[in-house]
Every structure is written in structure tokens, then in C-alpha cells.
Design a protein around this ligand. Sequence first.
Ligand code: NAI
Ligand code: MG
Length: 359
Amino acid sequence: TAPRTFRIAAIPADGVGKEVVAAGRAVLDALAEDSAGAFAFEWREFPWGCEYYERTGTMMDEDGLDQLKDFDAIYFGAVGWPTVPDHISLWGLRLKICQSFDQWANVRPVHFLPGVVSPLRKADDTELDWVVVRENSEGEYAGLGGRNLGGRGPGGEVAVQSALFTEVGCERIMRFAFDLARNRAHKKVSSVTKSNAQQYGMVLWDDVFKRVAADYPDVETESVLVDAMSAKFVLKPEDLSVVVASNLNADILSDLGSALAGSLGLAASANLNPERRYPSMFEPVHGSAPDIAGHGLANPIGAVGSAALMLEHFGLPDQAARLNKSIEATTAVGILTRDVGGTASTEDVTKAIIDALNA
Ligand code: NAI
Ligand code: MG
């Protein structure tokens, strides 16, 4: 049979994004090379990001979305650099892609690895394993609001930042979470809100959750307020399987989860357009890490794990599993970057993962 060729748009963007995207590409290319021609990856790299902004005044080309729309997937690094205000760089590239391509489901597994010491007392990579499902198209990141409202003059500025919740938006992310839970050993969905204080949008969320849950009697459910859930992440993580939350709450909780697993550098993420009308985007959870960028210190595991999520999206679950096993084989023997207590470089870890593919 003819090889399946997947066309991937790589957008390394800024800081460690460049280092970890290079690592992920190397691992995927090694996998393809070893596939005896069964599949191949065709890459195109885009130079967008903060340096591009400084040169051109835009984070991506005017017709950037047009350039991206026919790729099979987008492999993203991280955006942001101290020379450009964060709200400009984030909205100009990452959020623009997520929202324009209706990547409404953001899947963020919290994965505990052998050989990585977690700050959690009870941490055990055989028992702890959960996924944060983030509503990725509306909520607190809908971009609704404005500044200079009310004309109160200098020193009296007023700004409004509104959250948007729609029944359709809530329902689709919840069904996605329940479908995911059905395929896991622990069939449970935890819904997170702050509906005691935010009485409109988040109460709508709670109502939709109850309605959708009725269609999944085989899946256990709970509704937890976000402050209590952050405590639960630390104190009772063995109780978690699929955690579904709004854009902002899930963003915060997934950083907490990856820190508990040992480092922000470990966490993978998929921004999915489940209808496949547009390309989905795969990226590590972490940002551009200006404090360590350019020194070969970045942990590539979040980016490589995101590549595994991309393989699943391509319909190559065996290859995804093989990649994840290679990550585990690497951490298990103590080949670790500095953030997780080791001395290995980005390149050392990447090479070890590639070597483990064929072990
Ligand atoms: P960050 O995630 O870049 O860094 C937080 C801490 O985690 C730093 O101490 C960093 O050294 C460490 N870290 C992050 N990734 C690592 C890796 N792969 N290996 C080892 N250590 C790692 O978050 P921060 O500092 O708040 O933001 C820096 C920039 O990144 C900002 O401009 C921010 O807007 C942007 N950002 C972009 C995101 C994206 O593109 N998806 C997500 C989060 C932040
Ligand atoms: Mg975040």
C-alpha cells in the first residue's frame, strides 16, 4: 500500500519552543524512518512569533490562517517573549489559531513518569493518571470586554472582561469528556466551576452537566468548585480520571497537574477540532521559558508527548503508545533534564527517546 503522508505545519515560535519542537520533529522523523515506508511526515516550518512581530509588526502573516488550513495538523512550540506584551503575542498567534480553527477541545493529560520525583507524597506512576479537558473556544477567554469605559478620566479607568458560556459550547465539551471517560479504566468525569460566585455562566454549565450526565449512566460524576479541586489535585489525586473545566480554570489546573507530576516541562496538550473541519494543534502546555531558553536545558518530554497525541489523532495509536513507552524508558533510567532533577540536555533526552524506540 502507498505510504500515508501527513503534512504538518511546525510553528516553534519563541524561546524553548524552538528547542522542543526540534526535539519532537527529530523523534517523529526517526519513527517514520523506521516504519518501513508505512507512513511519512512532510514538514513545513513557519517563522512566526515575537521576532517576526518585531520585524513585521504582526505575529503571523495576514493570510496565515489560509496558509495553515490545509495541513493535517499544526505542531506548536510556545509563544511569548519579554520584548512583546504577552496579550499581543498570545492573541496574535496561539489564541488566533485555536479560536479561528474552532479547536474547542483542549486535552491535557497529567502523566506520572517512572524515575521522576513528584512533590506529591503519595505519587505513584502506576496509580495516578488523569486528563484535564479544557473548554477552548469561549468562557473567560472569549475576548469580550473593553477598556476606557465610562469616561471617568485619568486615574479612574474602568475595564470589563466578560466570560461567555453557551449551551452548545458547554454541551459539546462535556460530551467529549464523557466519551473520553468511557474509554478509560476509571470511568469518571469531574466538572469544575465556581458557580457559587459566578451565578450566570457557570450555573448554566452546571445545568448542562447534569443533563449530559444523564446520557452516560455508566460514568461516575462529581461537581467540584475550582478552589476545592485545586486542593483535591494535591490531597486526593487518585480520585481523578477526566476533569472538565472552563478555559481559565482548566488552564490553571493543568499547570498544577503537571507541576505535581514533576515539572511543567512534562505536560502534553492537544487543541482539537473534533469535527476535523480544520487542522488540530499539538503543543506542550508550558510557555517559552525565557529564563532557560537557548541553553539546551528545556525538557522536551511535553513536546514529544504532544507529538504522541498527534499520532493518535492521525489514527496511529500503536505508534503513539510506542512513543510514550520510549519516554517512560528514558525517565526510568534517570536520563532527565534539570527541571526534574537530572543533568541531561534537551538533546541527550531526545536522543535517548529515539534510541528507546527500537529497544
Ligand atoms: P513558562 O511555562 O514559560 O515557564 C514557567 C517555569 O517553568 C519557568 O521556570 C520555566 O523555566 C519552566 N519551564 C517551562 N517549560 C519548561 C521546559 N520545557 N523544561 C524545563 N523547564 C520549563 O511560563 P511563564 O514564565 O509564565 O511564561 C513565559 C512566556 O511564555 C510568557 O510570554 C507567556 O505569555 C508565554 N506562555 C505561552 C504559552 C503558550 O504558548 N502556549 C503558555 C504559557 C505561557
Ligand atoms: Mg497555561
